[in-house]
Design a protein. Structure first.
Length: 186
């Protein structure tokens, strides 16, 4: 008799734990879906049709700070919403193996068999200063605005996004912008 009561209780407990894990996974996946990441060439094409600033996250698969940026900053709903509204968002693997052709210029990875060979496009965007993660901001004409490097928590990254996203960099210095910046983060 005792075993007949315990078995259903264990089954209910197992279903409850399973459902809680499923709900947590759904919540995690929803937050990761906040940013629609594009390939560089797709963002470049979209920008030709409908001009918008381009944000490029230059990363590598082995970079721990890049993964932390994805998990903590890019998954923040406030950050993701702002980025989607103001930028074409690009994920660029600095060690990608394929060929990219932009306006007749070909960019390759000169040694794709080498584990840490840098793609020419990443090298060009970062002006040879290879550091991961790095963030490239391009204006609506595809011209470089700025490159920012290193991990940033949401509270540190939000003002950077606004500084370039709202063209404040054209009117004032960073030191003038930050004291008056009002965060939307909770």
């Amino acid at each position: 008799m005792r075993n007949s009561i315990i078995a259903p209780l264990l089954l209910i407990l197992a279903i409850g734990v399973s459902w809680m894990g499923h709900a947590q996974n759904q919540q995690k996946n929803a937050s990761q879906k906040g940013i629609t990441w594009l390939k560089f060439e797709d963002a470049y094409r979209l920008n030709k049709k409908k001009p918008k600033k381009i944000f490029i996250d230059v990363y590598t698969d082995w970079c721990g700070w890049c993964k932390k940026m994805d998990a903590e900053t890019f998954s923040d709903p406030v950050i993701a919403a702002y980025m989607m509204k103001n930028f074409y968002c690009v994920k660029l693997d600095a060690e990608r193996k394929d060929t990219v052709i932009i306006d007749g210029t070909t960019f390759i990875n000169p040694n794709p068999a080498n584990k840490r060979s840098t793609h020419q496009l990443a090298n060009e965007l970062l002006r040879g200063k290879m550091s991961y993660p790095s963030y490239v901001f391009l204006n609506e004409k595809g011209q470089l605005i700025n490159v920012t490097q290193g991990y940033q928590p949401p509270t540190g990254f939000e003002p950077i996004l606004h500084f370039f996203g709202e063209d404040a960099y054209q009117k004032m210095k960073w030191e003038e912008f930050t004291p008056g910046f009002k965060s939307s983060l909770k």
